[in-house]
Design a protein around this ligand. Sequence first.
Ligand code: TXA
Ligand code: MG
Length: 322
Amino acid sequence: MNPTPVTPQTINQAAELLRQGRLVAFPTETVYGLGADASNPEAVGKIFAAKGRPDDHPLIVHLANVDQVNDWAENISDAVWQLANAFWPGPLTIILNKKPKVPLIVTGGQNTIALRIPANPVALQLLQAFGNGIAAPSANRFGHISPTQAIHVSEELGENVACILDGGPCTVGVESTILDLSDEFPNILRPGRITRSQLKAVLKTDIKLSTQTKIRAPGMMAVHYAPHTMSLLCQTETMIAMIDDLCAKGKNIGLLVFSQKLASLPCQHLLHLPEQSENYETALYSSLRELDKLNLDMILIEQPPDTETWAAVNDRLSKATV
Ligand code: TXA
Ligand code: MG
């Protein structure tokens, strides 16, 4: 399945495919999503089959506007509208109590539902044309790296999708921040571009950052968001020592670095990412895919700083590496 160029006509065709219960991959500002009609359990089931995803792993429902939140969730507090006002459309997913009519297959059997209005214009046009919620995980095989370009989806999910809308490269590049508001205290289940400080500034309350909860949180498995090649996260100095050692043993290695100090290391497969966290984030997944294609013995990844703006990157890298 080749990516389809976006026109008003192909958007309408994609919406029609969704109505027929088929799968449509579409761009969001974070990563490409694998969409199905969220009200159609049979269609949603195809997502799990295409991804090889365990069926207790809940999906995010994407919406066109805030009015639709009431169709999916109940007990909606003021905090939700404040966050929606500040961050939607955008890379924030909010977990709320679900309406009884929401199919359990969407929520992995849970009584909570994840909702998000994405900021990508193609995603919004598709959501408007479809007129209902679109359930969509990242459009990759379960556990693998999320796709940030249409071609990644066609390489990985191929014929399992009825249409792949090509909206160009994703501008954010890592999955949305997930904030759980279904419990007593707000809790970040997955860090993303929208930081804890930004959320705190709007909610004016403390927010936990805990990916370990009673409900199944993203990437709770040891390896997630991962390349097939064995990947290691290393401090800058360790990396220099390891490269010498591995090269002496004749190993074919790839390097993913961001500091100036490592940019000119003598390694054939070195990718130098931006030193600014947001630009690094945008380039991360396509760089990992590029290195993963080379059949290397190992990928060494330079450990980024332990600061808030790097939280999403550090979370994904810790899950992509052994
Ligand atoms: O940026 C994103 O969030 C992208 C784009 C396509 O919107 N989507 C995405 O979906 O990353 P996915 O399925 O790869 O990750 C969503 C995560 C899942 O790992 C799931 O565990 C969590 O959201 N999730 C969904 N509903 C939940 C719920 N009710 N409680 C706890 N976690 C939930
Ligand atoms: Mg995913």
